[in-house]
Design a protein around this ligand. Structure first.
Ligand SMILES: NC(=O)c1ccc[n+]([C@@H]2O[C@H](COP(=O)([O-])OP(=O)(O)OC[C@H]3O[C@@H](n4cnc5c(N)ncnc54)[C@H](OP(=O)(O)O)[C@@H]3O)[C@@H](O)[C@H]2O)c1
Length: 316
């Protein structure tokens, strides 16, 4: 698979990274019961197919996703770039999980290293902002972790431009992990131009809108313990409009012999500010299909047609 460099001095990332949120299994914001053995097989298949990096987070399954990733990477650690996140702490008794205090970051990194069974994390990221702590203090602590060799590159997720600027004033931000897909283009106006200009790598999450843009999504198959059952993104009336949009995308994907999911991934990768798309999968056949979201281009006229569909989809 083709690779793209993350920021000015970052690693070469495959255009598709494997997202390990669903691999965390059942928890408050989980995807319901997941078969760990199948998760391990999915990670191995992803590596065989040329995916060279994986994105997880401490909070996914309250540590479970990191443990499964650590198990899968035994003997394969050198083949893969591991990205994980801190800042959502589930053991706290205080209100809200967000914690980017320097002492919490330090304790979280040790826990993640242990669960991942590794001496260092390639890309360590803030999961969400924490308005209670000056971001300068949090980011300075990340810089220390890098100097100590515990982590190699530093990133943030769900940050806006003002927060990115405050971090940049202390130390370069190697990557931003924002949501980006045909149904959520909110980063196009300010965030992507800022990242391009400042050489911040962009690793886009939910490129298939957490399943809606796969072209196969069936709410009836989503179990009661899956977060999508309680998400406004999956509620009417917008939900039916999203599925109607998928039907309009189907013939465009078919023209290339692709599925709607593959088209959705290729559309994200078409944006030159994007370094890689983080595509979620928890079954082997999913990763086998998703891999073909990379390696081809959508022609200009089809990009324009898709653009028109996206501009009009709310009212269609
Ligand atoms: N930083 C953040 O705040 C944040 C937030 C969200 C996501 N992320 C990262 O981004 C990754 C990807 O995002 P995402 O999981 O929301 O969404 P996604 O990649 O847009 O969609 C993934 C989901 O679609 C379904 N799917 C995948 N391949 C399929 C296929 N070939 N056919 C049919 N269905 C398929 C799977 O759900 P089923 O197994 O249920 O079918 C899968 O979990 C996450 O794993 C995580 O690493 C980060």
């Amino acid at each position: 698979m083709k690779t793209r460099r993350l920021c000015k001095s970052g690693p070469e990332l495959s255009e598709i990274g494997l997202g390990a949120w669903a691999i965390g299994g059942a928890w408050r914001w989980g995807w319901g019961k997941t078969d760990d053995n199948e998760s391990v097989r999915t990670i191995h298949r992803a590596i065989d197919l040329g995916i060279n990096w994986i994105d997880t987070a401490a909070v996914y399954g309250y540590g479970h996703s990191e443990k499964v990733v650590g198990k899968a990477l035994k003997g394969k650690r050198a083949q893969i770039i591991v990205a994980t996140k801190c800042g959502l702490v589930w053991k706290k008794k205080t209100k809200g999980p967000n914690d980017l205090s320097p002492q919490s970051i330090r304790s979280e990194v040790e826990d993640s290293l242990r669960r991942l069974q590794t001496d260092f994390i390639d890309l360590y990221q803030f999961h969400w902002p924490d308005p209670k702590v000056p971001v300068e203090d949090s980011w300075a602590e990340m810089n220390k972790l890098q100097e100590e060799g515990k982590v190699r590159w530093l990133g943030v997720s769900n940050f806006d431009v003002p927060l990115l600027k405050r971090c940049e004033a202390i130390r370069h931000v190697d990557s931003l992990q924002p949501p980006y897909n045909m149904l959520n283009r909110s980063i196009e106006k300010e965030i992507l131009p800022y990242c391009l200009e400042n050489e911040i790598g962009v690793i886009a999450y939910s490129p298939m809108a957490s399943g809606i843009l796969t072209g196969k999504f069936d709410m009836a198959k989503v179990t009661a313990d899956d977060w999508r059952q309680k998400s406004p993104e999956f509620r009417e009336p917008a939900f039916s409009q999203k599925l109607a949009l998928v039907e309009k995308l189907r013939p465009i994907a078919a023209k290339y012999g692709k599925t709607v999911g593959q088209l959705a991934i290729a559309w994200v990768l078409n944006n030159r500010a994007v370094t890689s798309a983080i595509v979620g999968a928890r079954r082997v056949e999913q990763v086998e299909e998703n891999i073909s979201g990379s390696g081809w281009n959508i022609e200009r006229e089809d990009l324009e047609t898709i653009g028109d569909l996206l501009d009009g989809w709310y009212s269609s």
